[in-house]
Design a protein around this ligand. Structure first.
Ligand code: SAH
Ligand code: SF4
Length: 391
């Protein structure tokens, strides 16, 4: 393996099509859908138009049954139903927090489960979706990182999480309704389980579907992808997705970042910052969100705050301070509120927005870094976790 090859060798993607089973249309790009329609008998000349019609039924109106696609001839609908399915992952359970946050457990092909979190806010709502079952990376403060089982989600399973949440929120518009209704689900963040840039193509295709103007139509400004720092994929994200970028920064020296975010040993702070500098221009986005988890006595001193400002100098940025969310066996504790406020203040005075993220859904373990699906309960021991964190 070359020095820059991503660590994906133990990750697989279940093929979309089982050898003799029906083909799921969910997750196919327009081009891919066109190809499968042609391969199964749709005349080439009609294919683009048929894609447009089917696409609108699926992604704009939320229809899952070919029989309901009334602008297609009856015989054609029947033929489609013989070859294709429109299937999204199954919701296994839903928990609602006292603050209104909803955590869904979603079952995907093969019986694995991922978690999806809906966070209602004043006049909007954010869906936090997963890109992998588990994560190959082992950030020492993250619960997901202790899960051993890993598989990439397909594009269908990724966009399917958004569709499932829209089902649950009852948010598909009436057929024929005007496009500009207020949205309960107005924003997507790729901040659930997994490292989205280790599953690049599937994440890209799913987000293209979310942004398509004839479907779910969320603007690229309302989609934020969070990465731990997969440097070679950052430029591609700007070019091929163009969404907002958040980066799990979390430390101001390589020594500390190596311990917290081990991918730093492969691409260090300097290399990461270099990749980030070109992101806003290439993606035409305003600023990068630097996520910074506040860990008591680890990364939370005034000196850290000042170093952070120096490091990001010249990058249009917002610093999102995340009070550490504890989980059973975690080797860290949360910085005190006073410490977090003092840290935020230094950054704010240097001219950067420095919001402190309010933990949401803590009572149902739905807050950042607390996600871990029920299929994989085998937990590393506290000793093992501490050893990996270099404590
Ligand atoms: N893998 C991606 C996206 C998922 S994690 C990434 O690492 O960026 C989403 C955010 O939650 C990241 O910034 C992550 O560092 C942070 N996080 C993980 N565990 C946390 C915890 N226990 N408390 C607070 N934030 C945490
Ligand atoms: Fe993976 Fe992100 Fe958790 Fe790190 S913080 S282990 S990259 S999910």
């Amino acid at each position: 393996m070359s020095a820059t090859a991503p660590i994906t060798q133990d990750v697989m993607t279940i093929p979309r099509k089982l050898p003799d089973g029906p083909i799921n249309l969910i997750g196919l790009t327009r081009d891919a859908m066109r190809e499968v329609l042609i391969a199964h008998g749709t005349p080439e000349k009609q294919a683009r138009m048929r894609v447009g019609q089917i696409w609108q039924w699926i992604y704009q109106w939320g229809v899952r049954d070919f029989a309901d696609m009334t602008n297609l001839a009856k015989a054609y609908r029947a033929r489609l139903a013989e070859t294709f399915v429109i299937e999204i992952p199954e919701m296994v359970s839903k928990q609602v927090s006292s603050d209104g946050t909803r955590k869904y457990l979603v079952r995907i092909n093969g019986g694995h489960e991922v978690e999806v979190v809906y966070i209602p806010e004043e006049g909007r709502g954010t869906l936090c979706i997963s890109s992998q079952v588990g994560c190959t990376l082992t950030c020492s403060f993250c619960h997901t990182g202790t899960q051993k089982l890993v598989r990439n989600l397909t594009a269908g399973e990724i966009i399917g999480q958004v569709m499932m949440a829209r089902d649950d929120l009852d948010e598909w518009p009436e057929i024929g309704a005007p496009k500009d209704e207020t949205r309960l689900l107005s924003n997507i963040v790729l901040m659930g389980m997994g490292e989205p840039l280790y599953n690049f193509e599937n994440v890209r295709d799913a987000m293209k579907i979310a942004m398509d103007p004839e479907g779910i139509q969320l603007s690229r400004r309302r989609i934020t992808l969070s990465t731990s720092g997969v440097v070679p994929e950052i430029a591609r994200t700007a070019q091929e997705i163009g969404c907002q970028l958040a980066v799990s920064f979390h430390a101001t020296t390589d020594e500390t970042r190596n311990r917290l975010v081990p991918i730093n040993k492969r691409w260090n702070i300097e290399e990461l910052l270099e990749a980030l500098r070109s992101y806003p221009k290439v993606s035409n986005s305003e600023r990068i969100t630097f996520e910074y988890v506040m860990l008591k006595d680890v990364n939370d001193t005034d000196e850290d705050a000042r170093r952070l400002i120096k490091l990001i100098d010249g990058i249009p940025a917002k610093i999102n301070l995340i009070p550490f969310n504890e989980w059973p066996g975690a080797p860290y504790t949360r910085s005190s509120n006073n410490r977090i406020r003092a840290f935020a203040d230094i950054i704010y005075k240097a001219g950067y927005a420095s919001p402190i993220r309010t933990p949401r859904g803590e009572d149902i373990m739905a807050a950042c870094g607390q996600l871990k699906s029920a299929t994989e309960r085998a937990r590393k021991s506290r000793r093992q976790i501490e050893a990996e964190a270099g404590l």
